[in-house]
Design a protein around this ligand. Structure first.
Ligand SMILES: CC(C)(COP(=O)(O)OP(=O)(O)OC[C@H]1O[C@@H](n2cnc3c(N)ncnc32)[C@H](O)[C@@H]1OP(=O)(O)O)[C@@H](O)C(=O)NCCC(=O)NCCS
Length: 151
């Protein structure tokens, strides 16, 4: 089946949760957190659909100018094939078309793969936040906040 990047729908929720569990492990959002995030009226969620959902990304309005990328994930067997970049760029395109000027995100300070993805796509680190995450995983509890201007 052809690969589609599209907005999520209600039938995707269990599959999105599965992507979250497989890609984040112990740091994954709970099912209830996913539901809340996807149903936030100021959020955008997109999925990569190849017959199954292999990746998803969500951004939520932070203020009049910015959206925050709450999650971006690709299931491990599909990582490293450019899907993360596709999700990131499509989310940014949608934020921009809604009039937002900045894309903001937080990433675990040792998540070097994700940090490389963001740096290569124009994000600049602006803040180091100690103990940002409650749960410790192999990438630590500290976060790097990064920002990209969409204009
Ligand atoms: C982060 C994540 C979404 C990236 O998705 P992906 O599909 O693997 O990423 P891509 O194939 O699009 O790679 C994009 C860039 O990431 C970097 N990258 C990819 N694989 C990498 C690796 N093994 N080591 C270091 N950097 C890597 C590269 O900069 C790459 O760009 P380039 O190939 O043009 O140089 C994915 O790894 C993931 O789901 N990780 C677990 C969840 C997570 O940590 N999400 C981010 C939370 S903030």
């Amino acid at each position: 089946m052809q690969l589609k990047i599209r907005e999520f729908n209600e039938n995707d929720i269990d599959k999105i949760y599965n992507v979250e569990l497989l890609s984040f492990g112990i740091g994954a959002y709970t099912y209830d957190m996913i539901i809340e995030m996807l149903h936030d009226k100021n959020s955008i969620t997109i999925v990569i659909d190849n017959g199954n959902i292999i990746g998803y990304a969500t951004a939520i309005r932070l203020n009049n100018y910015s959206m925050d990328i709450e999650s971006i994930a690709v299931i491990p067997e599909f990582q490293g094939h450019g899907y993360g970049k596709i999700l990131l760029n499509e989310l940014e395109r949608r934020m921009k078309s809604l009039g937002y000027m900045y894309s903001v995100l937080e990433v675990r300070s040792k998540n070097y793969k994700a940090i490389a993805l963001y740096k290569n796509n124009g994000y600049k680190p602006v803040e180091y936040i100690k103990n940002y995450y409650e749960i410790d995983d192999s990438n630590g509890k500290d976060a790097l906040r990064m920002i990209k201007s969409l204009h």
